[in-house]
Write a protein that binds this ligand. Structure first.
Ligand code: HEC
Length: 270
């Protein structure tokens, strides 16, 4: 009886009873608006820099003449280089790869798994009889950085539709909020966003997935999942492999949280 009452009560409360990804995202944005009232939503893409005008102005200087331009050209060359069969990467994506990266990761129903943008690049290589690139390699990082730059300005638009997609999203979310090693991702990036740690303001989850891969220190190409590894190491979490189901689900959840914000890839990060 008590269970039935609880179920009826849940139904009666309307939107709470149907809480899902959209409600999660709205609640998170509300939370950041409360704890960081001076940071405007459109500046969430700058993460830590949105709370530090000095660092933001150094960033702007760097970005007006980025020292990684030559590296990015390597990524461009790799993207434009025809395969042995004469086709190119652009043949694998709608509109030659322009304004598509914001739709990644997506959930592939048939394969029952999350597909990241890097997975799509490797799938394109495979489809055309070429060797795939290892996750975490500089080659794949630079190629991804250039390919995603073709979607600069596109708003992140990740969809979570259907049972399988929702299950992957929930797994990513659980990983984000659970304790691993000494803490949880959310402990810092949700509860303590805006606080200073090792000279940097802790960024908010919303906005983090809009600009990866980044050049750390202006030189080291670093994918979003490589950045997970770095925070994971700092918190003494059990290491997870790049492109593992855990990290792909985590990327799926985190990228959904950046829906509606414009992409810009790559950028400088400290
Ligand atoms: C002890 C606090 C702490 C924990 C726990 C933590 N991080 Fe971080 N994280 C930081 C700090 C500090 C930075 C550097 C400043 C910034 O950009 O937020 C950072 C940066 C990042 C960035 C880069 C943001 C950007 O715009 O470039 C991502 C992505 C990230 N963390 C994801 C995670 C994930 C995923 C987890 C959990 C596996 C996690 N972090 C756990 C403190 C933490």
């Amino acid at each position: 009886m008590r269970k039935l009452l609880a179920a009826l009560l849940l139904l009666a409360t309307g939107s709470n009873a149907l809480a899902g990804p959209m409600e999660d995202r709205e609640a998170l944005i509300d939370h950041y608006r409360k704890i960081l009232p001076d940071v405007r939503f459109e500046n969430y893409i700058y993460g830590s820099l949105s709370m530090n005008p000095g660092a933001k102005s150094q960033y702007d200087d760097f970005m007006s003449f980025p020292s990684y331009s030559m590296d990015l050209e390597k990524g461009q060359k790799a993207w434009e280089q025809p395969f042995a069969n004469g086709r190119k990467f652009s043949s694998c994506f709608p509109d030659g790869g322009r304004n598509v990266a914001g739709n990644y990761p997506y959930f592939d129903e048939a394969a029952n798994r999350v597909v990241t943008f890097e997975n799509a690049i490797n799938a394109c290589l495979e489809k055309n009889g070429e060797k795939t690139l290892p996750y975490g390699s500089v080659e794949l990082g630079l190629l991804t950085a250039y390919a995603k730059s073709l979607s600069d300005g596109m708003k992140v638009d990740v969809k979570v539709e259907g049972k399988g997609a929702l299950a992957a999203y929930e797994k990513g979310k659980a990983y984000y909020y659970e304790k691993h090693g000494k803490g949880s991702c959310a402990g810092c990036h949700v509860d303590n966003a805006g606080k200073i740690l090792n000279d940097e303001h802790i960024s908010m989850l919303v906005g983090q997935a809009t600009h990866y891969p980044v050049f750390l220190g202006g030189t080291d190409i670093t994918t979003l999942q490589q950045r997970f590894t770095q925070c994971g190491r700092n918190m003494h979490a059990r290491p997870q492999a790049l492109n593992s189901e855990t990290y792909n689900d985590l990327e799926y959840f985190m990228t959904y949280m950046s829906n509606g914000l414009p992409m810009q890839t790559p950028v400088y990060r400290k």
